[in-house]
Design a protein around this ligand. Structure first.
Ligand SMILES: [Zn+2]
Length: 183
């Protein structure tokens, strides 16, 4: 477990301990949320990991669900607009220059990122600002492929905890987390 803005869990994601309070407001724990992560990685194949038991109170959990829905709308919209737009941009560039279909990802990624930024600004930001009380920031996790702290290659779980207070307690609680068998 390393603290680098986010928590990086290299082994034993199942051994994570959560402080016994709502991770958003510090209130009492009514709901435990599971985060299912999966990804396809070179040399590792398909990796499935579950981060279990993220604690929330009932009130915050409804707001977490709303925030997650809003985030998937923003991502869905970015892709729904970004993919056709990427194709149009590529075809237009192919007609006027030596751009070929090999360039597709080079054009697609920035186009989708721009669409995401626009969707974020046009939808997420105003909704989150106007209806402040309806959403809450949630704990998120993702898989990351790269060099681990011991220098070996591996897939780590990154846990992002938006609530600073909760993050501090989480860090204290998991400080002594075993990093797996010695190598
Ligand atoms: Zn709460």
């Amino acid at each position: 477990m390393i603290w680098k803005g986010n928590f990086v869990v290299e082994e034993n994601v199942g051994a994570i301990m959560w402080p016994a309070e709502c991770s958003a407001c510090g209130g009492r724990v009514d709901v435990r949320d599971d985060l299912k992560l999966s990804g396809e990685f070179k040399n590792f194949g398909k990796v499935n990991v579950q981060v279990s038991g993220v604690p929330y109170c009932q009130g915050c959990f409804s707001k977490v669900k709303a925030a997650k829905r809003l985030d998937s709308v923003v991502i869905g919209l970015s892709l729904a607009v970004g993919i056709p737009l990427g194709i149009i941009v590529t075809i237009t560039m192919m007609a006027s220059s030596s751009v070929t279909f090999i360039w597709l990802p080079l054009i697609f990624v920035p186009v989708i990122l721009i669409c995401y930024a626009l969707a974020w600004l046009a939808i997420k930001f105003p909704l989150r600002t106007i209806m402040k009380g309806r959403f809450v920031d949630y704990i998120d996790a993702r898989l990351q492929h790269g060099k681990k702290s011991d220098g070996t290659e591996g897939v780590s779980v990154i846990i992002d905890i938006p609530n600073k207070d909760f993050a501090t307690k989480f860090a204290q609680l998991n400080e002594a987390l075993p990093e797996g068998p010695p190598k």
